[in-house]
Design a protein around this ligand. Structure first.
Ligand SMILES: [Zn+2]
Length: 278
């Protein structure tokens, strides 16, 4: 094939004689696609710096947040812990003010505390000395610290039982995520066991809180309808070895008329699993 670019050398394009009309373009495209694919797997691509205004000290600060709709759902654990490809979005679900330390899970950070609660939070956080530095993404430890701070703020502001329960549940899920990461990285078994024990403490806290919320609060609760919370509690009860409680909650779902078939099927599955002693 003739050199289609002959003569361009005279214009200073010394490489023109080696140019290919199509192949190079294809190769370049393939290289870009490969780069994008590698980039796709990076957690950093799913997050961004989001601005928040602290309702307690009024300072504007940035925290990492996940990009809406970017991460692809890959399913749920039986207790509804969500999984996403390439990122554990749960790590970014507590917002902490870097100045005063006020923290809450995203759903509740948007709800401004009352002036009485702000007073209590300021008092509770008066010796707050700052958050540990983070680099790019949050590690599980970064996330757990922020969520624990959120749980402490729940106690300071006398939050509803459901908010405390929901925050406990998120910490339990983070500990589970940390353990899974640890298993994959070959962390010693004793450390994994310790994480599992801590997780159960928070599952137990979540179960107690939701139980209390059942009798004192209305639905929807933490964005969930009554049947979803009941199903969640049945799973939490099973996790903390309160199988009688779990069976009682499952019976409620199985006999209810307004339950969607997916939850009813899941409830039947758990019932059979408990009966089989699993
Ligand atoms: Zn603040």
């Amino acid at each position: 094939m003739a050199n289609l670019f002959e003569g361009l050398e005279n214009l200073g394009l010394s490489g023109a004689g080696n140019m290919k009309l199509y192949d190079q373009e294809k190769e370049a495209k393939a290289a870009t696609a490969a780069k994008e694919a590698v980039k796709e797997a990076s957690e950093e691509d799913y997050i961004f710096d989001k601005s928040f205004k602290c309702p307690v000290c009024d300072k504007t600060f940035t925290a990492k947040a996940t990009k809406t709709g970017k991460a692809k759902s890959t399913g749920f654990d039986p207790d509804l812990r969500p999984h996403y490809q390439g990122i554990d979005t749960l790590k970014y679900d507590a917002i902490s003010c870097e100045k005063c330390g006020y923290s809450a899970v995203t759903r509740y950070f948007a709800v401004n505390p009352t002036s009485g609660q702000i007073k209590l939070i300021r008092e509770g956080l008066k010796s707050f000395s700052g958050l540990p530095k983070t680099e790019g993404i949050y590690t599980y430890d970064d996330a757990i610290t922020r969520h624990k701070l959120a749980l402490a703020c729940c106690v300071m502001k006398h939050a509803k039982a459901s908010e405390k329960a929901y925050t406990c549940l998120k910490i339990a899920w983070l500990l589970r995520g940390k353990a899974e990461e640890g298993v994959a990285a070959g962390v010693p078994e004793a450390e994994i066991k310790a994480l599992k024990e801590q997780e159960l403490e928070y599952i137990s806290g979540a179960y107690d809180g939701f139980n209390e919320a059942f009798s004192h609060e209305n639905f929807p609760m933490c964005g969930m309808d009554e049947n979803t919370v009941t199903f969640l509690c049945a799973n939490l009860a099973h996790e903390v070895h309160k199988d009688d409680d779990a069976m009682r909650l499952l019976a409620r779902i199985i006999t209810a008329r307004d339950v969607n078939s997916r939850i009813k099927d899941k409830a039947n599955e758990l019932k059979e699993q408990i009966k089989a002693g699993k």
